[in-house]
Design a protein around this ligand. Structure first.
Ligand SMILES: C[S@@+](CC[C@H](N)C(=O)[O-])C[C@H]1O[C@@H](n2cnc3c(N)ncnc32)[C@H](O)[C@@H]1O
Length: 268
């Protein structure tokens, strides 16, 4: 496509994204603003301006189901803008609930281990809220650790990173927090997730809750007092079973869609 005005380009791009997006015009606008290096409002104040050719490459990528966040390299989470890259899970809005549930239980100076740091969003928000927390964050994916480091630097927070299975070699802590992979291996994912997002961030085993089970086992044997985890909407009973003889408090929370989404376990 040669020279074409912004308003016409948006109409065409909207049609091209209809199949892959529930908000095709909005996404077309975000991609065009990104291609132009401008704010979205510019599109409406300059409808006659010319569209750069590489905008259509971005539209092609999105039309092939590549997530918008991987194309723009940005994702918003808990009101902040984080960097995101292919090979690292795109943080989901429901994970904000995990932080909201944990924050009221913290004094602000605890030793925390985050298992499965991904892009670093959970540890960053916790550190922004409580700068005196001591956080060590782990992941088995070196790409995730590298990106988490970039995000920690971006926000100026001091979080130690370790390439480790769960919390291996990390030492004692007061709180364990994790949004682990919890989807069953054979679960049919939507094409944008299946094709582009890292498998080790999604799949938790044959049933899905196997990694959660390992994290719970670790917590029960450790001196940590609190475990806060995200989980699958259908895993409440399986998690309850894993805490059958637990001499403490186990509370589940829901996401904004009203689905069971996580739990907090507190030892006496
Ligand atoms: C669902 S993602 C969560 C990422 C990030 N915390 C978030 O909420 O967006 C799960 C993360 O756990 C990591 N992971 C998977 N298995 C792991 C293990 N055995 N030990 C440590 N991290 C693991 C994955 O690489 C991935 O980054």
């Amino acid at each position: 496509m040669g020279s074409i005005r912004i308003d016409e380009a948006l109409k065409r791009a909207k049609e091209l994204l209809k199949r892959v997006s529930e908000r095709p015009l909005f996404e077309a606008e975000l991609l065009l603003a990104y291609a132009l290096g401008k704010e979205r409002v510019y599109l409406h104040t300059h409808p006659e301006a010319e569209v750069p050719w590489h905008f259509w490459e971005l539209i092609d990528r999105r039309a092939a189901y590549e997530p918008l966040e991987y194309i723009t390299g940005k994702v918003s989470f808990f009101g902040q803008e984080f960097l995101i890259e292919p090979g690292v899970l795109i943080p989901r809005p429901e994970t904000e609930r995990l932080i909201e549930e944990l924050v009221p239980l913290l004094r602000g100076n605890e030793r925390i281990v985050e298992i499965g740091v991904g892009s670093g969003v959970i540890s960053t928000i916790l550190k922004l809220k409580f700068p005196n927390l001591h956080i060590v964050a782990t992941d088995i994916n070196p790409k995730a650790l590298a990106l988490a480091k970039k995000n920690f630097d971006r926000f100026g927070v001091d979080v130690k990173l370790r390439l480790a299975d769960l919390a291996e070699g990390v030492g004692e802590c007061d709180v364990i927090v994790s949004n682990p992979p919890y989807i069953a291996n054979n679960f049919p994912l939507s094409p944008n997730v299946a094709k582009y997002e890292p498998k080790e961030a999604l799949f938790g085993g044959e049933r899905g809750d196997e990694l959660l089970g390992r994290i719970i086992g670790l917590f029960l044997q450790s001196p940590a007092k609190i475990l806060a985890c995200e989980m699958g909407y259908d895993q409440k009973m399986a998690i309850q079973k894993r805490f059958e003889n637990f001499d403490g408090k186990l509370a589940f929370y829901k996401d904004i869609a009203g689905l069971d989404r996580g739990f907090i376990a507190r030892k006496r």
